[in-house]
Design a protein around this ligand. Sequence first.
Ligand SMILES: [Zn+2]
Ligand SMILES: [Zn+2]
Length: 167
Amino acid sequence: MKRRHRPPNVHPAIWLVSGLKETANGCLEWQRGRTSAGYGQMTWVSGEGTRYTHRLAWEMAKGPIPPGQCVLHSCDNPPCCTPEHLFLGSKAENTADMVEKGRLRVDAAHDAWRSRAACKHGHIYTEATTKWTPGGARVCLVCRRQYDRRRRPPKKVPMPAGAENYG
Ligand SMILES: [Zn+2]
Ligand SMILES: [Zn+2]
């Protein structure tokens, strides 16, 4: 098991480097502990709080971070500590960057969803089985027909004459 706390006699730079793993994209990802947002977090020394590993990596590679500046990821990979993937920005730029990337991801997912070949039940969308809504979404008519059939109320069977007397 990997130690999560840096031993007091180990230099933070050594501890940082020893906790990184390189991905195919050249991201050096921190392995030892992450925040809920995915950022690498180093437990400084037990009892002394924590530091973001990408900020530490920036400081070690390029020097102090000016007050009020954020260290942002060009690779959009929060645990990444590769100095070449990091750049400085304001908090507003950080937010704008996150919104922009989030929006692009949502758009891409939406495009993929809209251009998918089949409905969630696996019916291939063809001209005959597709209905477009005014909003530009597709409705699978195969599913729609099955749904309608299930919703049709069962036929009422008339009671035979005199049946009420047998109860
Ligand atoms: Zn990276
Ligand atoms: Zn369907």
